[in-house]
Design a protein around this ligand. Structure first.
Ligand SMILES: Nc1ncnc2c1ncn2[C@@H]1O[C@H](COP(=O)(O)OP(=O)(O)OP(=O)(O)O)[C@@H](O)[C@H]1O
Length: 312
């Protein structure tokens, strides 16, 4: 597992990571979310020993990265897919990495197969698309068969088939009992891939927990009810102190009670219902709610910008 205690990283006067503590558990996919500049990559670099904390500490399986005896066999990371040496083939790149870490060469063919790169193993990395580079980065991360995997923006540049592959690979790795820690800006993808979330803004933890709990804590469920007796139902519910809106004829919505209560009240009073649903907010809505005040790099609204442009 990964454990951070009072972890802080400053670059001059800029505090990139501000006294954060968290535990990333085995057997789960943990999604790492936050606006641009929130400190995600810095946190991942600190975990991988590529940067030194200003204060506090972060450990992998109980030890700082630098103290791990066979680091590639304990933690693998995809941090920057662009950092590949162009003139070598994918196989040569992985073979050299395996040799310098005491990993048997046969493992190279296994990870090429796992990442779907077998057919392009002899191609120079220079000709690789962004998506192929991402796959090669993940192959390198998996080379030492580590228990802990860290992927920074793994679906960046991947086509839909590649995105699905990353999702299934992360799931599979977690189901094998490994610790999987991934960052992404694609909320719908994260909602499908992650079990747990760690959300940061301006270097601080905004919230963490199971995906469903994070969504529930930041948003409110809307109950929608459609009835041919909507007027009668509205009077009945209002009499119970339930606040209502009517977005369209014959439809009522509320955030102040449950579908079960409305169903019971309607049944008790012989009111016919055509629809009764609880609409749960999406992870994207919860994320925007959580990070609204934490965005470092923001724009004016697109509408305002376009209007002002047209007026020029
Ligand atoms: N080497 C560095 N020197 C100075 N400032 C840095 C350095 N690395 C990161 N920062 C700053 O620290 C903050 C956090 O950056 P970081 O790259 O960790 O954010 P992030 O959450 O990964 O963002 P993104 O989603 O855009 O990748 C930013 O304000 C960034 O400019």
């Amino acid at each position: 597992m990964i454990e951070a205690v009072d972890l802080t990283k400053r670059y001059g006067s800029k505090t990139a990571v501000d006294n954060i503590s968290f535990t990333i558990e085995p057997g789960t996919v943990t999604g790492f979310l936050g606006p641009n500049g929130a400190g995600k990559s810095t946190t991942m670099r600190l975990i991988m020993g590529l940067d030194k904390p200003t204060s506090g500490k972060v450990t992998v399986n109980g030890r700082p990265y630098r103290d791990l005896e066979a680091p590639l066999c304990e933690v693998g990371a995809l941090l920057d897919a662009k950092g590949l040496h162009g003139s070598r083939s994918a196989r040569a790149h992985l073979t050299q990495l395996a040799a310098s870490n005491g990993i048997p060469t046969r493992r190279v063919d296994e990870v090429l197969e796992l990442t779907g790169l077998t057919n392009v193993a002899k191609k120079r990395v220079k000709g690789f698309s962004l998506g192929m580079g991402q796959r090669l980065g993940m192959a390198a991360a998996m080379l030492g068969d580590p228990d802990v995997l860290i992927f920074d923006e793994p679906v960046n540049g991947l086509d839909p088939e590649g995105v699905k592959w990353v999702r299934e690979t992360c799931r599979h790795l977690a189901d094998e009992g490994r610790t999987v820690f991934i960052s992404s800006h694609l909320m719908s993808e994260m909602a499908q891939t992650a079990d747990h979330l760690l959300v940061i803004g301006r270097g601080r933890i905004l919230t963490s927990g199971p995906v469903e709990e994070v969504i529930a804590s930041a948003t409110t469920d809307v109950v929608r009810v459609a009835s041919p007796q909507a007027g009668e139902l509205a009077g009945l519910l209002a009499g119970q102190g339930i606040e209502l809106e009517s977005p369209e004829s014959g439809v009522l919505t509320t955030t102040t009670t449950t579908a079960a209560r409305i169903g019971e009240l309607a049944a008790h009073n012989g009111i016919v219902l055509h629809e009764l649903t609880t609409q749960r907010a999406s992870l994207e809505e919860a994320y925007l709610e959580l990070t609204g005040g934490e965005v470092e790099y923001s724009t004016t609204s697109t509408d305002a910008a376009m209007t002002s442009h047209r007026a020029d």
